[in-house]
Design a protein around this ligand. Structure first.
Ligand SMILES: [Zn+2]
Length: 117
């Protein structure tokens, strides 16, 4: 028994159809594609999307700045290497940190270091 052409489309791999350059004739996919095109072209959607991206950008930036402020602890509060922020420290190294109140303009600080980075 031979499969009819409609069955071949549904049971064959649909990826090769688009790779060969032919447009998809699946009505559901065409409807979804047109719907998303109309939605993305909507100025209200564009404004909301812009707002959402800006909010995410600033939230990510604030999270990163917050993490850098507490350099030697990870999100769980455990002490980690101040350089890579991942491995546990094996020693503390002496470094200079800028400090406007200090007479020389800097102070010595002890920083946790994993010994590998
Ligand atoms: Zn490290």
């Amino acid at each position: 028994m031979r499969c009819n052409p409609a069955m071949e489309i549904s049971c064959g791999d649909s990826g090769s159809q688009e790779e060969s350059g032919g447009a998809s004739h699946d009505p559901r996919r065409e409807y979804n594609r047109d719907y998303m095109r109309r939605r993305r072209a909507d100025p209200a959607f564009q404004a909301a999307e812009h707002e959402r991206r800006q909010r995410q950008y600033y939230a990510r930036k604030a999270r990163r700045a917050e993490f850098q402020a507490g350099q030697s602890t990870n999100l769980r509060g455990e002490e980690v290497c101040a350089y890579c922020g991942r491995r546990p420290p094996v020693e503390h190294v002496m470094r200079l940190q800028i400090c406007e109140q200090a007479p020389d303009g800097y102070v010595e600080v002890r920083i946790p270091y994993c010994g590998l980075c």
